[in-house]
Design a protein around this ligand. Structure first.
Ligand SMILES: *[C@@H]1O[C@H](CO)[C@@H](O)[C@H](O)[C@H]1NC(C)=O
Ligand SMILES: *[C@@H]1O[C@H](CO)[C@@H](O)[C@H](O)[C@H]1NC(C)=O
Ligand SMILES: *[C@@H]1O[C@H](CO)[C@@H](O)[C@H](O)[C@H]1NC(C)=O
Ligand SMILES: *[C@@H]1O[C@H](CO)[C@@H](O)[C@H](O)[C@H]1NC(C)=O
Ligand SMILES: *[C@@H]1O[C@H](CO)[C@@H](O)[C@H](O)[C@H]1NC(C)=O
Ligand SMILES: *[C@@H]1O[C@H](CO)[C@@H](O)[C@H](O)[C@H]1NC(C)=O
Ligand SMILES: *[C@@H]1O[C@H](CO)[C@@H](O)[C@H](O)[C@H]1NC(C)=O
Ligand SMILES: *[C@@H]1O[C@H](CO)[C@@H](O)[C@H](O)[C@H]1NC(C)=O
Ligand SMILES: *[C@@H]1O[C@H](CO)[C@@H](O)[C@H](O)[C@H]1NC(C)=O
Ligand SMILES: *[C@@H]1O[C@H](CO)[C@@H](O)[C@H](O)[C@H]1NC(C)=O
Length: 881
């Protein structure tokens, strides 16, 4: 992100936007309402805190949603009334973008609420990446439990996983992430798991945001028998230090009723006597002192004085006293006493107090580049395996099915050494991302429907010693590089694949002797082939004949005759669109599958030969955000493409509200943008050879019934330029306004051209302005946005149809991103992979801190019990103001 901002700084006149972002980035909260029903608006403003809660749907890969038992709903604020439960798979994870290296408060809440009617409380484990965070046991926790910690993530993605450990199903109600200030809650090692956080007051109010700028939750606590409450006559207690405890927590304090006695706080955890503690005390003098009154006291833990100097609270000003190293309590019994000094005229006082235990996360995550590669492979093949969540390699018992990893010791990141996707229904080509698994030793892709050539890179992977690509539809010849010493290659059952260097025809011409041997081999092969020999090292399959270099078996299967096309469209009855290539009709195949049939106009179609070649490529492209090609027809003059039918119109219609389409809200727009970007990224990085869409625009982004975006019309730019009678001329690829300005002098469309067009699409989604409007002073949308933004006020350009209902932080970020994509120089544009990451961060909820309603009535209706019993130890203290 840092790098990206740097790139933006070089950008033309958009500095003012960056200022807006910086001003607001103080509150980059992520608040997820887990299991929020799909039909409810997301985000929504939680009434007590004013925080924007988002549905967790975009961060959770799996799980189902439900509401707690209806008669209990009134007991809880809205975010806790729904939950996500995970009936399938052992480990289910959330992937949440965070800022690596920054301390974050991470809080998860779990309320069972008898949602399933079984009245059996769940019990399961919570993991942070590969490490155990906590065991969640909801037995007798009718009001739920909370797990909270302060943790510095070591990567940009936080993986929070729920792991089934018994017969019950894991659940989660909310997930909240708050970046913390620098230089606070520092430990010698490990992270801090919250044990207790309280402020001393006789009220019962729970304090959190907006009282607490970091949204820490402070429970009120008071021992009436032993303590007397002090209440500040003014609420204006100065609270600013690095820890910023809420003013409201400092405005009250407890003193021992018997002024001679110390003020005592006790807690114990006999089950974990070795737990290490960090303590944080917050003090402010809130009593009006007489001229010769003094209040000073020592903090004593289990008989040991913690600081060299006594604590002297300052008048109406916070002093925070904290542990600088961890402490333990004998036998897990902790007793903290505030003992007045001999010279003090007043008893000790305490305003607020925090106790944390140290939690270690010793297991290294799997090597980051291996993780990126395996995730790319997963998305390329759309595996969607329920167990492919969380860290791929560790803990070992949850290792992804089909992998094996090297696992030397816990402080070394594991590496993926074996990938077995045999019999997994894979289609398309051999994924390029496999080459980034640099320590891979064994690769089994056998028994799938893989097509295309065997890639050269397999031979260059140094660790690889075993490959099985048998029983696929691969074609071409085996690259020479794969014939290296020590590499065991199995590839029988690929009818179109020949061994390397053996070009049968040349061989026959060159030498009759060789030809004779070859004939023998071929005969042997044909004989044995019937019996499916497994020993392929000796017997090679026949080479593909030169005439079938385009049409593979797979292509034949998806080829329709013209009469079939007429039948599926009922003689082209329902026309649903018209474009540069001809009309698009609705149709049905196999009696139920709905398809869109693009009938390429019968007039002279140039590049007919390329058509079949490109169709061959397109048939191999599979991605959930790309409209997939079901089949094609090329019979004489008749060319047609049969696509998956996407029922809900295109993005342009949903922005304009035309054609009876609803106008979509900001969150949905961002989601669509992410999905379209994923589709494009797949074309650029997930396909071999990489593909350029060439015509990215809002009318080419189709939406399904759930508003999932699917990119249409990719890859045909070169072969399907229809000339002559067609009423829309597509002289160059692309559409005016969306077309990369560099194209005009280079005549070359590359990946970055798609990035440019995507930037224009984003601008359209943000502003809902026409891309080209001759009535504007700046007719093209990019200079228009730039000039309107001179003052830095983004509301001037935002789509009025949004009615101001968008997060301005998120909008500014999306806008910055759009402008960087639409940069006139391609080298300055980000890649689509980068765009995806940035867009996902725009999706991350932010709170600007403005317009928050002060929840005076608080969240007191329920109090969460921390699953880990009471408080524990203090040491050297350091007081700061
Ligand atoms: C925290 O530290 C980082 C780098 O050390 C710095 O860039 C950032 O501005 C700091 N944030 C705050 C709130 O001080
Ligand atoms: C008051 O102090 C006594 C002795 O330390 C303790 O036993 C008792 O639990 C305290 N009262 C409350 C309400 O905590
Ligand atoms: C406060 O100090 C003054 C003079 O220094 C003395 O007369 C007075 O008795 C003291 N008051 C108390 C409560 O100690
Ligand atoms: C405080 O007073 C007690 C009893 O009067 C005495 O034992 C102790 O040594 C005194 N402490 C200091 C630091 O003067
Ligand atoms: C995984 O690799 C280890 C050695 O690294 C080996 O002992 C184990 O059998 C392998 N497991 C599988 C399922 O191949
Ligand atoms: C883990 O392995 C690395 C490299 O093999 C080694 O340097 C390190 O000392 C080992 N750590 C432990 C705790 O064994
Ligand atoms: C891959 O997994 C299949 C079963 O899923 C197994 O039959 C095959 O032997 C495995 N391949 C390797 C190389 O271990
Ligand atoms: C392999 O990794 C490199 C560096 O991380 C990356 O630039 C490249 O795009 C990756 N290749 C594939 C095919 O994912
Ligand atoms: C390669 O895969 C095929 C098909 O799954 C299988 O029949 C064959 O035994 C495998 N070969 C080896 C050596 O594992
Ligand atoms: C749950 O909350 C209700 C209402 O605040 C309270 O009466 C009840 O005692 C709580 N239950 C538990 C187990 O804490």
């Amino acid at each position: 992100m840092e790098r990206f901002l740097g790139l933006l700084l070089m950008l033309i006149g958009t500095l003012s936007i960056i200022h807006i972002v910086q001003a607001q980035s103080q509150q980059e909260f992520i608040s997820l309402d887990c299991g929020q029903p799909e039909n409810e608006p997301s985000p929504y403003k939680e009434t007590e805190t004013g925080l924007e809660f988002y549905s967790d749907a975009i961060f959770a890969v799996s799980g189902e949603t439900h509401s707690i038992q209806a008669n209990r709903e009134s007991e809880f604020p809205k975010p806790y009334r729904s939950l996500r439960y995970f009936p399938h798979g052992l480990r289910n994870c959330y992937n949440i973008p965070v800022e690596k290296g920054r301390n974050h408060l991470i809080r998860a809440k779990f309320i069972y609420g008898n949602y399933d009617g079984f009245d059996i409380s769940p019990n399961f484990d919570l993991y942070l990446g590969p490490n155990l965070w906590a065991t969640v046991d909801l037995y007798r926790q009718e009001n739920g439990t909370t797990e909270e910690m302060l943790h510095i993530p070591t990567s940009d993605l936080l993986q929070i996983c729920l792991v089934k450990t018994g017969p019950t199903t894991p659940i989660i109600s909310t997930l909240e992430i708050r970046p913390m200030g620098n230089d606070t809650y520092i430990t010698k090692s490990g992270s801090l798991r919250l044990h207790t956080r309280l402020y001393l007051s006789e009220t019962e109010k729970l304090l959190r945001y907006p009282d607490d700028v970091y949204d820490r939750e402070w429970n009120a606590y008071f021992e009436k028998d032993n303590w007397t409450e002090l209440i500040s006559t003014t609420r204006a207690v100065e609270n600013s230090n690095d820890y910023d405890p809420p003013k409201a927590a400092l405005a009250t304090a407890a003193i021992p009723t018997n002024a001679k006695e110390p003020l005592k706080l006790e807690w114990s955890n006999p089950e974990k006597p070795d737990d290490q503690y960090y303590l944080y005390g917050h003090f402010a003098e809130i009593q009006g002192l007489g001229s010769n009154d003094t209040r000073e006291f020592n903090m004593v833990l289990n008989g040991k004085v913690l600081s060299s100097d006594p604590v002297i609270p300052k008048k109406l000003k916070v002093t925070t006293v904290l542990s600088v190293s961890p402490m333990t309590c004998d036998g897990g019994e902790c007793s903290l006493q505030l003992v007045r000094t001999n010279s003090s005229t007043l008893p000790p006082l305490l305003n607020a107090f925090e106790v944390y235990t140290v939690i270690q996360f010793p297991q290294s995550q799997t090597d980051e580049s291996d993780v990126v590669a395996i995730e790319k492979i997963e998305s390329t093949y759309e595996l969607g395996r329920i167990d492919w969540q969380g860290d791929p390699c560790v803990p070992q018992q949850y290792m992804w099915d089909g992998l094996n990893c090297s696992n030397t010791n816990i402080s070394t990141p594991p590496r993926i050494t074996s990938l077995n996707l045999s019999s997994s229904g894979l289609t398309g080509s051999i994924a390029a991302a496999i080459q980034n698994l640099t320590q891979l030793e064994k690769l089994d892709l056998s028994n799938n429907r893989l097509t295309g050539k065997v890639p050269e890179f397999l031979g260059k992977m140094k660790s690889l010693f075993f490959i099985n690509i048998s029983e696929n539809d691969l074609e071409g010849s085996i690259p020479q590089s794969l014939e290296r010493e020590g590499l065991e290659l199995h590839y029988q059952g690929n009818p179109m694949l020949s061994s390397s260097g053996v070009n049968v025809l040349d061989a026959i011409v060159a030498s009759a002797g060789v030809a004779a041997i070859l004939v023998v081999v071929l005969v042997l092969f044909l004989v044995f082939r019937k019996k499916k020999p497994s020993n392929v090292g000796v017997v090679h399959p026949p080479p593909s004949t030169p005439t079938v270099n385009v049409t593979s078996v797979e292509m034949q299967k998806r080829r329709f005759t013209y009469s079939e096309v007429m039948k599926m469209t009922n003689n082209f009855e329902i026309i649903i669109g018209e474009g540069g290539f001809g009309v698009v009709c609705q149709g049905t195949i196999n009696g139920s599958q709905q398809v869109a049939v693009k009938v390429v106009s019968q007039s002279s179609t140039k590049g007919y030969k390329e058509f079949t070649a490109e169709v061959g490529l397109l048939l191999r492209v599979h991605h959930t955000n790309l409209v997939s090609l079901v089949g094609y027809c090329d019979e004489g003059d008749h060319l047609a493409l049969v696509y998956e039918f996407v029922p809900n119109g295109n993005l342009r219609q949903h922005l304009s509200g035309k054609g009876g389409r609803s106008v979509i809200n900001w969150a949905t727009r961002l989601k669509i943008a992410v999905e379209a970007a994923l589709g494009l990224d797949h074309l650029h990085t997930g396909c071999t050879p990489p593909m350029v869409h060439g015509d990215v625009k809002t009318t080419n982004i189709l939406l399904d019934a759930h508003y999932k975006a699917k990119l249409a019309d990719f890859g045909l730019s070169r072969s399907c330029q229809v000339e002559g009678k067609s009423h829309v001329s597509t002289v160059v690829a692309g559409t005016p306004g969306y077309l990369d300005p560099e194209y005009h002098h280079t005549s070359h469309l590359g990946e970055k051209s798609d990035v440019y067009s995507f930037g224009i699409v984003l601008l359209e989604m943000i502003t809902n302005q026409p891309v080209i409007d001759r009535n504007r002073q700046n007719s093209h949308i990019t200079p228009w946005v730039e000039s309107e933004l001179k003052g830095g006020d983004i509301t001037k350009i935002m789509d009025p149809k949004l009615n101001g209902d968008y997060d301005s932080h998120s909008a500014s970020r999306a806008l910055e991103l759009a402008m960087s994509c639409a940069h006139p120089t391609s080298a300055n544009r980000p890649t689509m992979s980068h765009v995806v990451i940035e867009l996902k961060e725009c999706l991350v909820p932010k709170n600007s801190g403005e317009n928050m309603s002060q929840g005076t009535d608080s969240l007191k209706a329920y109090s969460f019990v921390h699953s880990d019993g009471p408080l524990s130890s203090f040491n050297i203290t350091d007081s700061q103001v």
